[in-house]
Design a protein around this ligand. Structure first.
Ligand code: ADP
Ligand code: MG
Length: 436
């Protein structure tokens, strides 16, 4: 379909008068039958693309989503827009509710599903009985950034795609380097000519980039309070631990007099939802958060994102600062760094990636699930089922560890640079349109 015809549908069904950059190009490719990987910035309107496809064609749009909260959010948005043929299949539903959904798949236009759920044979057989319009992977960078270390079902997506008879693919992300993009597409085993790749510049000119190096923790804390007092909110401050996010919320509340709340994955669903809503409604000025906060949060007037700690790597950093300034207004991304801050991230890498001792111990049955933890056991079971030997698995994880350390080192390099930040980010993401 050409842009004109697509625009007519856009206006008729969604009430928008024009496409955001990239939407039309991607839709043209999809309606022409191409598998598509689209990298559009946060807030760029990626969901609209699959929503349009649901309206343009027969069959079920299956959307693989990493988080339950994202899934619920998308369903709510579609319902709000008057779309009733939408359902989310997730682990919180009782068994018989899931069965009912699977039996009645025909009546839906959109199905949201986690990669773990999609990995189940019952789900796959139900899907084989219906016509799939499009298989969407939202936040597709998670295939390579989460897959290998703790969401192995992401790595099995190409096999599932095969089992479902290779429906047309739409992979959506806001952050991927050229290398990540090729790592995302190549496992699907499709020839390059079958793909349409759309990359938009990751540059967000309205976000002012700034780094500051401080001598010690005390200085960093004072600087944070100063920034929170001076900057106009609403704002988000990222920490790498739940404990600090919580204690700093209290401290910031006292020292700055602002309304501050902590958000992390250790809170129950209700509290998380409440805080998110209060933030959306402007009843909270500052969120002190772990990386659990943000993906899918649709608040467009966030004025600053401060990193009190480092993210994992530049891709995650970019994703996190991308939550600022979605309305296009002037915003700031500030990274505070004390030499040695990377130690915490290095520990995290060591604790998430199984060591040789753990790998051989588990596979030779000297350790059980209790000793190494359920997540690692799942991961190792997954790779074993894929036919890898203990040696191969160990080598793979060694490589993975080095990769993650190198990615972290690149972010530390960024944190230590006093200037030229935009060029650094853009170069890393293979962006040609270099800004100042
Ligand atoms: P992303 O997933 O890319 O971060 P979303 O799909 O959540 O972004 O969309 C962000 C916002 O943009 C939503 O509020 C959506 O309704 C809006 N939007 C999407 N497409 C358009 C358009 N063509 N014109 C105006 N607003 C749009
Ligand atoms: Mg999105």
């Amino acid at each position: 379909m050409d842009k004109e015809a697509l625009t007519a549908v856009l206006t008729d069904k969604f009430g928008f008068t024009s496409f955001k950059p990239g939407q039309a190009e991607v839709l043209e490719a999809l309606t022409a039958g191409k598998n598509t990987l689209a990298m559009l910035p946060t807030g760029g309107g990626k969901s609209l693309i699959y929503q349009m496809m649901g309206n343009l064609r027969e069959g079920l749009v299956v959307i693989v989503t990493p988080l339950l909260s994202l899934m619920q959010d998308q369903v709510a948005r579609l319902n709000y827009a008057g779309e009733s043929k939408v359902v989310a299949l997730n682990s919180t539903l009782p068994q018989d509710a899931r069965r009912t959904i699977l039996r009645g798949l025909n009546q839906y236009k959109f199905l949201f599903v986690s990669p773990e759920m999609l990995g189940q044979t019952v789900v796959q057989s139900a899907l084989r009985k219906v016509k799939i319009n499009l298989l969407v992977v939202d936040e597709a960078h998670t295939i390579v950034s989460w897959g290998p270390d703790f969401r192995p079902d992401y790595l099995a997506l190409p096999q599932v795609h095969q089992k479902l008879g290779q429906p047309q693919l739409l992979l959506l992300t806001a952050t991927a380097t050229p290398q990540m993009m090729s790592n995302i597409t190549s496992p699907f085993g499709l020839v390059p000519e079958d793909w349409f790749i759309y990359r938009q510049s990751v540059d967000r000119p309205n976000i002012y980039l700034h780094t500051e190096q401080l001598d010690n923790e005390g200085q960093k804390r004072e600087r944070l309070a100063e920034l929170v007092r001076q900057l106009k909110g609403p704002g988000i401050v990222y920490f790498s631990s739940r404990k600090l996010a919580t204690s700093m919320a209290e401290w910031l509340r006292e020292t700055t007099g602002q309304r501050v709340a902590a958000y992390h994955a250790g809170l129950d669903t209700m509290s998380r939802y409440r805080i998110q809503q209060q933030f959306m409604l402007g009843q909270i000025d500052v969120i002190t958060a772990t990386s659990a906060f943000g993906m899918g949060i649709d608040k467009d007037d966030v004025r600053y994102v401060i990193h009190y700690h480092l993210s994992n790597d530049l891709a995650n950093y970019l994703q996190e600062i991308g939550r600022a300034g979605r309305d296009g207004e002037q915003s700031a991304a500030i990274l505070l760094y004390v030499p040695g801050d990377e130690t915490m991230q290095l520990h995290m890498i060591d604790s998430t990636i199984p060591t040789r001792e753990v790998i051989f111990g588990y596979l030779e049955k000297r350790f059980g699930t209790d000793e190494i933890g359920k997540d690692k056991a799942n991961l190792l079971d997954f790779y074993t089922k894929q036919g890898l030997t203990a040696d191969q698995i160990a080598d793979m994880f060694d490589e993975r560890r080095q990769q993650r350390q190198a990615d972290l080192a690149r972010l530390v390099g960024y944190a230590k640079s006093p200037s030229g930040l935009r060029a650094k980010l853009l170069t890393h993401f293979g962006d040609e349109t270099t800004g100042a």
